[in-house]
Design a protein around this ligand. Structure first.
Ligand code: NOJ
Length: 476
């Protein structure tokens, strides 16, 4: 079992989760500032206004990466620092650009390769107010394309660009369940606005088109000279049938992955939505115009894969509710034989199942013709971690075991199944703002002491990561 000699590993973060400094250098508010300000949306009533204070501590973060001997770092750029109001005719904020240009220069100087995510959920709030943000099919893709161009131009040294992080979450959690910003949902107890049966599918479509537009700009205007590559990052769990003997559960397990991943990946690789989704959603799935299709089809240089967990899946009754987004099925932690998918963590949706990682890499590779995959996130929270004393938090054996199991399962997919995985970014470099779960849920391989000036202390899992990869990556 091994990984190729050019395999890239590192850690990942995202702007709103770590940066803080929300008013500094002319940053405009994002939908997450607005969402956090609403009562009852975030555990503990907290927000990202300070977070890990990383905007003010770039040198400290780079020193941390060096201490952990990390060869690459995935981070995201805050759109409203670059264009505070977000739109293509709005002023550009040079101070915001300068910040990220210097950060990339400093990373490269330290021998760390940057991977940049353009959009990790923090839409400029003005665009949401101005025209409905991600719901706007005409304006949103053009504004995103413009924002992307500004960055491609400013940061030619970056060779790996990710357009969108987890569009499933932006669509479903942002516009169906209302769990994430901007919090739209049909549930009027939670939000005065939203239509869970329609909006998420419109948003998903617009994100695909915006991705395609930015990729076209990169390929035509920058790639020939900068020689970088660009792709989208999709999230999805592996799905096992609840009863492997029941063909309806076997089908439902596949359908679960299609509703999560193929929703985006099929248009990108095949130019159409999956049949299972067309069948269930009918005309609620927007139709690609020929112009949109030309942007979307073939728009991945690599496949960005975020992955954390797996489920058992039982088929539904053939009559899914209009708000259903899973694909007429239910998910379970135990199968028919009472076997458990994996131990609990602090995250209600996450139970480790390393073999599911191998199986999902295989599933994706087969369906999409063995694309080059960068795992752009993988990691775990630990049940009760936040309540432990610091010395016990630093000894995060559960997380070490998670990484060991998952990285080895990935290496099996490469060595034994012929899958083309070329990179792995652990989530996350440090504890940070875990969206609606606030700061109570920690995903870091570095402990952040929020009560003592956000001081950083590497955990065992962070210190061990290099040895894990050294043991697997073939010597060049
Ligand atoms: C996926 C998201 O991209 C990231 O922002 C989040 O913190 C992790 N999953 C853990 O939930």
């Amino acid at each position: 079992m091994s990984l190729p000699s050019d395999f890239l590993w590192g850690f990942a973060t995202a702007s709103y989760q770590i940066e803080g400094a929300v008013d500094k250098d002319g940053r405009g508010p994002s939908i997450w500032d607005t969402f956090c300000a609403q009562d009852g949306k975030i555990a503990g009533g907290v927000d990202g206004s300070v977070a890990c204070d990383s905007y003010n501590r770039t040198a400290e973060d780079i020193a941390l990466l060096k201490k952990l001997s990390v060869p690459s770092y995935r981070f995201s750029i805050s759109w409203s620092r670059i264009i505070p109001k977000g739109g293509r005719n709005d002023p550009i904020n040079q101070a915001g650009i300068d910040h990220y240009v210097k950060f990339v220069d400093d990373l490269i100087e330290a021998g760390i390769e940057p991977l940049i995510t353009l959009y990790h959920w923090d839409l400029p709030d003005e665009l949401d107010k101005r025209y409905g943000g991600l719901l706007n099919r005409e304006e949103f893709p053009l504004d995103f394309e413009n924002y992307a161009r500004v960055l491609f131009k400013a940061i030619p040294k970056c060779k790996k660009w990710i357009t969108f992080n987890e569009p499933w979450c932006s669509s479903i959690l942002g516009y169906s369940t209302g769990y994430f910003a901007p919090g739209h949902t049909s549930d009027r107890k939670k939000s005065p606005v939203g239509d869970s049966s329609r909006e998420p599918w419109i948003v998903g479509h617009n994100l695909l088109v915006a991705h395609g537009g930015a990729v076209k700009v990169y390929r035509e205007e920058f790639k020939p000279k900068d020689k970088g590559e660009i792709g989208i990052t999709l999230n999805g769990d592996y799905a096992y049938p609840w009863d492997p003997e029941d063909p309806r559960d076997v089908e439902a397990a596949d359908r679960k992955i299609e509703f999560a991943i193929s929703w985006f990946a099929d248009p990108i690789y095949f130019g159409k939505y999956p049949d299972s989704m067309l069948k269930q959603l009918g005309d609620r799935l927007p139709k690609f115009t020929p112009e949109e299709l030309a942007l979307v089809k073939g728009s991945n240089d690599f496949y960005g894969m975020n992955h954390y967990t797996a489920d058992y899946v039982k088929h539904g009754d053939g009559n899914p509710a209009p708000e259903d987004f899973l694909g007429d099925l239910t998910t379970h932690s135990y199968n028919k034989h009472g076997e458990c998918i994996g131990p609990e963590t602090q995250s209600f949706w996450l139970r480790p199942n390393p073999q599911g990682f191998r199986k999902l890499i295989q599933w994706l590779s087969k369906r999409y013709g063995y694309p080059r995959i960068y795992v752009t996130e993988n990691g775990t929270s630990i049940k009760g971690e936040n309540d432990l004393p610091k010395d016990q938090i630093l000894n995060d054996q559960f997380r070490c075991d998670y990484y060991d199991g998952y990285v080895k399962a990935m290496a099996q997919a490469v060595t034994e199944d012929g899958c083309n995985v070329k990179g792995y970014m652990a989530w996350s470099l440090m504890d940070n703002f875990e969206w609606a779960e606030g700061y109570e849920t920690r995903f870091g391989s570095t402990y952040v002491d929020y009560k003592d000036n956000q001081k950083r202390y590497p955990k065992k899992s962070g210190l061990q990561m290099k040895a894990l990869f050294d043991g697997l990556i073939k010597k060049g």
